[in-house]
Design a protein around this ligand. Sequence first.
Ligand code: DO4
Ligand code: MG
Length: 278
Amino acid sequence: MKLYRTTAGVLVEKNKNYYLLENYVWDRFINDDNLFAKLKGIIKVMEPTENGLELMKGKLLAPIQGQEIWASGVTYFNSKLARQEESEAAGGGDFYARVYVADRPELFFKATAHRCVGAGEQVRIRKDSTWNVPEPELTLLITSSGKIVGYTIGNDMSSRSIEGENPLYLPQAKTYDGCAAIGPGIYVSEWDLPETIEIQLVINRNGDTVFEGQTNLGQMKRKLSELAAWLVRELSFPNGCFLMTGTGIIPPKEFTLESGDEIRITIEPIGTLVNVVA
Ligand code: DO4
Ligand code: MG
């Protein structure tokens, strides 16, 4: 089942049928350890809505309101290599190698709804950054009790020039206006996601594909439940939270994003998140 936040209410998609739930508060609705069972129960007694596709096209919002977005780093071998390379001159390479094998993962604060956009909206690159990339990441919806109840697609927009200059600049490389995208909706399942799940990234510029890459969850060093458990150790989230789980797709060194680039991230069965760089 998939869950979308729209200006008309919460939209549930099941087997290509859409169900519109009005008068629910998003924050309370999604922060529920029994989200799957609740959705199943609600739509069982409802008739599908006729205009589901219209609502999806015209009234879709980012699936976030009062949640914080956190992010994981160096969870894929490719990411470790790329950070070591970009920070070599600054002497930061060793930190990335160590965090890759350490018990404690790298977790950092990414954004609130204010700095995040949804599907079809524009992400930003910093004006003071010369090397910018999207990071396509499976993103977890975690409840206040620390349970993973859903999955969405995240883009952890990043400045490689700023992080590469000094790893202590990480908050500036990662958090700024328009630095994150999540959506289009939340995939809610009874089962854990299998390791075969693929993450694909396509970047288009003036109608041409300038980068294409893919990975799968099996390439991730850590378990999703492990990342969630570390995040909630000493942090409370009254409305639940989102956790980006790290990137395994790194464009080559010569690549940097430009204004107008279209970023397409696909993770089936969640969907495709499309954003253009402002
Ligand atoms: O260490 C910096 C951030 C790494 C990151 O965002 C990732 O691996 O996805
Ligand atoms: Mg990342």
